[in-house]
Design a protein around this ligand. Sequence first.
Ligand SMILES: NC(=O)c1ccc[n+]([C@@H]2O[C@H](COP(=O)([O-])OP(=O)(O)OC[C@H]3O[C@@H](n4cnc5c(N)ncnc54)[C@H](O)[C@@H]3O)[C@@H](O)[C@H]2O)c1
Length: 271
Amino acid sequence: MDREDSEHSILGLDGRTALVSGAGNGIGRVCALALASLGVRVAVVDIDAEAARSVADEITSAGDHAIAIGADVRQSDDAQRMVDATVESLGGLDICVNNAGGMLEHKRSRFLDATPEFIEDMLDLNLGAVFRCGQIEARSMLERKTGGSIINVSSLGGIRAVRGVNAYGAAKAGVIQLTRTMAVELGPLGIRTNAIAPGTTLTRAVDDTTAARALETTAAVNPLRRLAHPEDMAGAVIFLASDLSRYVNGQCIAIDGGFEASVGVIARAKT
Ligand SMILES: NC(=O)c1ccc[n+]([C@@H]2O[C@H](COP(=O)([O-])OP(=O)(O)OC[C@H]3O[C@@H](n4cnc5c(N)ncnc54)[C@H](O)[C@@H]3O)[C@@H](O)[C@H]2O)c1
């Protein structure tokens, strides 16, 4: 066995199947590409079916295995269809990355100005959909008695408070607690559930919602002196998907360059 084969067998990912939602862009796309490069057969799911197709093509043209599924994770019928199509086309479902989410359409609203529609939409996309997709995914894993690993994408905004990030922050905090309860309820059934909490990551979502000046300041106060790239998220997702994390359950890994650990350093950014 050469070194590459032995690294692959430590991970135990070769031949497994994964569903990554919101994989047409940004963090989800990079996670789908990374899993596929390690021998995982990947269902690339996105509400933007064309974006999903383009990422699936990127994977297959590199010689790896992927299918594209257009689905809106907020709709239970779509969520059921994406899970069924994954199992049917790829032969199973071992890994789910519940990544679809964000603040894209609504931008930000101050707490006092948040409308009922804004609150409801933000909670539904960023928490309700993760809950419902998680149920459907876990039921499918249980039906086939294969066990599995579910990875929910939370946010540093669910750990630290940011002005104007109220409903999104509450939803992402909810994802961390939901992850813990899923871990407790599904662990005995052979399914591990963990989360990642990305810090500010340079994707189109951030380009669309955050002023350049605010990004510069955020990078300057980060202990690693830069913002994250989507590629920075893939390592933790691979770890949580793989056998390396076989005794890790109910955890949320902040991938933020140490920002969450650095409470109070903002005033000292220039030192
Ligand atoms: N970028 C950041 O700074 C950051 C920080 C913390 C957490 N996150 C979280 O990471 C995840 C990915 O964010 P990103 O920055 O890569 O965003 P992105 O906008 O680059 O990609 C998100 C993808 O999700 C898809 N999507 C949106 N709504 C969907 C739905 N209802 N059903 C299916 N697909 C849907 C979009 O079409 C898009 O392709 C989100 O959950 C986001 O909240 C991002």
